[in-house]
Design a protein around this ligand. Structure first.
Ligand code: HEC
Length: 426
């Protein structure tokens, strides 16, 4: 059973039956409390819970905190009771009550990284807890707890802490915090996130998440649309801007988005449904396998699945384990947004005046081997190369969806998603 969800009297009842394991201070408080609730016969009613006297709760809490100086086997129980007791003392003036304050801070420390941490900070309006709140936001960016944590940090106007967190070296963590900030729907996030969109030095995953989060706030979506109008959104982010801004709920902005960013089209200019909708659809994997092998679609000219296909792009035999449906749609509709490691495209200028373009598949002191978009390898002597430049665009062409119908695309993704890594032998 999840102890933290127990109602207060049932925690007390349970603890009472185990009180012989506890220190005298705790069992004393519990016995007193139990004696008080017992005459009400049904101590589990809502009423009884609300009417527990503050003094008793307070005594119980202090007893619990004193007792935790000596470790016992019943630590989790004690924490659960202390947290429950605290939730009933909320709103009490802590500054006027130093022992309560000390007890609250002690319980708070034991809840670090959990939903209760956020609840206690909120209930007692605790200041100076932003680092702990940030931990929770990072771990739960898309649920109530993490979002509430992000909201509390924003409310404290501690933008410096958030700025540092977003500029830390770990872009996965940065993207999670940006996600939590977006889910607050608070326009305070604008000064933090708007600069990321156009910052070429930042990882593309951070910049895409900044667009997703900004699109959740009306002022953020309006700013993004301005960027689109001023052509400030680079190609690698256009697809994300397109799907996010076409899905906003503010009618005026939606009209503007549809005008500036027409949704990607499938064959015969059929507009594709939004990404979120596509990712929910169920397709036919057997038909998808046929789409994959179709000459005019061309996947098979670059990707191998099991023993079939060419070897220019990564093998896709287990791609359903690596990517979810939404990521598969993104990989097909927006290939340059996240280029698979080791498959970057290079542009070489040769001293002869010729150019070469492709993926570098091996390199020695004397020469390198480049695979061109037809998967044909060419060896080039280093001494023949004038300059080399890594491109930000993928060799995988954009607009491949125009070679198929919407249903073809849905079936294709269903097929790729079904390609899973076989379970490891025990
Ligand atoms: C001209 C060659 C080419 C064609 C055609 C092509 N791809 Fe790709 N694909 C690549 C390359 C190169 C990469 C790796 C670079 C990147 O991630 O953009 C890639 C990446 C991918 C990825 C991500 C793989 C990973 O491990 O992250 C998926 C999924 C994918 N392609 C699916 C397809 C599908 C489906 C089609 C057909 C509709 C297709 N590709 C057509 C070259 C191609």
């Amino acid at each position: 059973m999840d102890r933290e969800r127990l109602t207060f009297p049932s925690v007390v009842l349970q603890a009472t039956f185990q009180h012989d394991q506890r220190s005298p201070a705790v069992s004393g408080s519990i016995r007193r409390l139990f004696r008080w609730t017992h005459p009400m016969n049904n101590a589990l009613t809502m009423k009884a819970r609300i009417r527990l006297p503050i003094g008793l709760l307070f005594g119980l809490l202090l007893g619990l905190c004193r007792a935790s100086a000596q470790p016992t086997t019943a630590e989790p129980d004690r924490n659960a009771i202390a947290i429950e007791a605290l939730s009933r003392l909320k709103g009490m003036d802590m500054e006027a009550n130093p022992s309560l304050k000390a007890a609250v801070l002690k319980v708070l420390e034991s809840t670090r990284g959990t939903p209760n941490f956020v609840k206690i900070v909120n209930d007692f309006q605790l200041k100076g807890q932003n680092a702990g709140l940030l931990e929770v936001a990072l771990q739960h960016p898309a649920d109530e707890t993490g979002v509430e944590a992000a909201r509390l940090i924003l409310a404290s106007h501690d933008l410096a802490l958030l700025h540092d967190a977003l500029h830390g070296t770990n872009s996965t963590a940065g993207a999670k915090i940006i996600e939590a900030l977006g889910n607050t729907h608070d326009k305070e996030i604008l000064p933090l996130l708007v600069p990321l969109v156009t910052d070429e030095t930042r990882d593309v995953s951070i910049r895409r998440q900044a667009i997703r989060s900004l699109a959740q706030v009306q002022e953020g979506a309006a700013t993004l649309l301005q960027f689109v109008e001023q052509d400030k959104v680079p190609n690698s982010l256009k697809f994300t801007a397109n799907t996010e801004l076409n899905a906003v709920r503010w009618p005026e902005l939606k009209v503007k988005a549809a005008r500036l960013l027409p949704p990607p089209q499938a064959r015969n200019t059929e507009p594709l449904p939004p990404l979120a909708e596509l990712a929910q659809k169920k397709g036919d994997p057997a038909r998808g396998a046929q789409v994959f092998a179709r000459a005019e679609v061309g996947c098979i000219n670059c990707h191998r699945i099991n023993e079939k296909g060419a070897d220019l792009g990564p093998a896709l035999s287990e791609i359903g384990t690596k990517l979810g449906k939404d990521a598969l749609y993104e990989a097909i509709l927006d290939p340059s947004a996240g280029i698979a490691f080791g498959y970057e495209a290079w542009q070489l200028e040769l001293k002869s005046g010729d150019e070469a373009y492709g993926i570098i598949i091996s390199e020695t002191a004397e020469e390198l081997t480049l695979k061109d978009p037809k998967a044909i390898p060419t060896r080039i002597k280093r001494s023949e190369i004038a300059t080399r430049r890594q491109l930000k665009t993928s060799i995988m062409p954009t607009d491949l969806q125009q070679t198929m119908s919407t249903q073809d695309l849905i079936d294709l993704v269903e097929y790729l998603y079904s390609l899973k890594k076989p379970p490891a032998n025990p």
